[in-house]
Design a protein around this ligand. Structure first.
Ligand code: NAG
Ligand code: NAG
Ligand code: NAG
Ligand code: NAG
Ligand code: NAG
Ligand code: NAG
Ligand code: NAG
Length: 365
């Protein structure tokens, strides 16, 4: 009540006046009934608009893979089989490599699987020999076959050889840290629930029954939950989606706003398609010889790519509903104050002015 330096300020307070009038009572109830009918019929049943919903989710995902694998008698660690290494929401675990070592720039015979080798007469016609930069020459490949000569990184990669995938990938674990925010409600939460203790997190693995909030996932389980066969997937590569869903209702307690995890194969198309099955990519490691010539190791990697997708929505009771129900009362007040007999009398009772002596208080500034 006390304004700055003792100046009195006007302050409105709510005051309830009970008016005993049938007319007003009936009008009030009828208006409220209409509004309630409108809300139940239209807003609640038809539009389901009694809640406001925020679907714009802001999210950050950090991932970390753990485990050691054995491939071609070499122990592989995370730095070797996970790419990119930044721990983003999209990452690949390489299950199989085709390595071509010591490639240098030069001329060499092109390599094709037997089914694609050419009769001698066809060899070296430009449309056929156009995969790399063909020189147009036919060269001796082995005792029975000729192929095109190419100019490029030599020796050429032989990518149809059979190799076995690294089976230990099945036991690798993926750790996922996810924070979300709903900007409309300024509501923030993470997938580490308060019930998770450091001891628990050291030992747990996610499953759908007993560890539904454990943020550590065994690769084999993820693939099983996505209804895939690990052996096939590791052989050909593929893309698996780990979906984190946040469906929150802020009418209820915040503790009930929890993540739910689901798993699916995202590249379902390449599963059925025989032209380009699976997922693979190439990259190279470059070195320099003493005399300055570049040479490289070319790797064709078959990988399981994981995409962590976060979605969700949060809803809260719509404030408009409360406001509108209250409108009934306001409408009655307007009628009372202006259009009915005895309005003046009612006005005087409703807005009673109370005068305070403005005492001069010492200014606190
Ligand atoms: C020539 O190469 C093809 C394809 O790699 C192979 O199948 C065939 O056995 C080879 N022939 C000889 C005689 O080495
Ligand atoms: C994965 O772990 C289980 C138990 O820890 C073990 O029995 C299995 O052999 C492991 N799989 C591979 C491919 O190493
Ligand atoms: C959002 O909430 C945090 C605390 O939970 C608060 O520090 C921040 O100021 C809020 N931001 C807005 C825009 O209200
Ligand atoms: C969950 O716990 C119950 C009882 O301890 C056990 O029977 C069940 O096999 C567990 N489920 C999983 C998926 O581990
Ligand atoms: C996965 O596929 C391989 C061959 O494609 C098969 O031998 C194996 O039994 C399958 N595993 C499961 C669990 O279905
Ligand atoms: C929001 O969540 C509810 C479940 O709580 C779901 O039925 C609805 O489809 C979701 N809406 C959007 C836009 O994701
Ligand atoms: C560099 O050395 C390699 C082998 O040691 C040789 O094949 C190559 O021709 C040399 N390059 C140059 C530019 O001398």
């Amino acid at each position: 009540f006390i304004g700055c330096c003792g100046l009195p300020q006007r302050q409105d307070t709510t005051k309830s006046v009970v008016v005993k009038s049938w007319t007003i009572g009936i009008i009030n109830r009828v208006v409220q009934l209409l509004i309630i009918t409108y809300f139940i019929g239209w807003v609640f049943v038809h539009e389901k608009a009694y809640q406001i919903r925020d679907t714009a989710i802001e999210s950050s995902v950090m991932t970390k893979v753990k485990g050691f694998g054995l491939y071609n008698n070499r122990v592989m660690d995370v730095a070797e089989y996970v790419t990119p290494s930044q721990g983003a929401s999209v990452f690949c675990i390489i299950t199989k490599f085709i390595t071509t070592e010591n490639q240098v720039q030069g001329y060499c015979p092109e390599v094709r699987p037997l089914a694609l080798t050419l009769p001698l007469a066809l060899c070296c016609l430009p449309p056929i020999c156009s995969l790399c930069l063909p020189t147009g020459r036919c060269v001796h490949f082995n005792d029975t076959l000729n192929t095109c000569e190419i100019r490029g990184w030599c020796p050429a990669e032989i990518d149809y050889i059979k190799t076995h995938p690294m089976m230990e990938v099945e036991n690798f674990t993926i750790f996922i840290k996810n924070s979300i925010r709903f900007p409309l409600f300024n509501f923030t939460k993470g997938n580490f629930l308060p019930t998770i203790t450091p001891q628990y997190i050291k030992a747990c693995n996610f499953d759908h029954e007993n560890n539904t909030y454990c943020p550590i996932f065994r690769v084999g389980d993820v693939i099983r939950y996505a209804h895939q066969n690990f052996t096939t997937l590791a052989q050909k590569g593929g893309v698996i989606g780990i979906k984190i869903g946040w469906m929150c209702d802020l009418d209820q307690s915040e503790d009930e706003c929890n993540p739910s995890y689901s798993f699916t194969r995202l590249d379902a198309m390449s599963e059925k398609n025989s032209v380009s099955p699976g997922y693979n990519f190439r990259y190279a490691k470059y070195y320099k010889m003493d005399n300055g010539t570049d040479y490289r190791t070319l790797l064709k990697a078959y990988a399981i790519r994981f995409d962590v997708l976060v979605n969700g929505n949060v809803s809260d009771f719509n404030l408009c509903v409360r406001t509108c129900l209250w409108l009934g009362t306001v409408l009655c007040d307007i009628i009372l104050l202006n259009f009915l007999k005895g309005a003046e009398q009612y006005k005087a009772k409703k807005f009673e002015e109370v005068k305070f002596e403005a005492r001069h208080q010492p200014c606190l500034l």
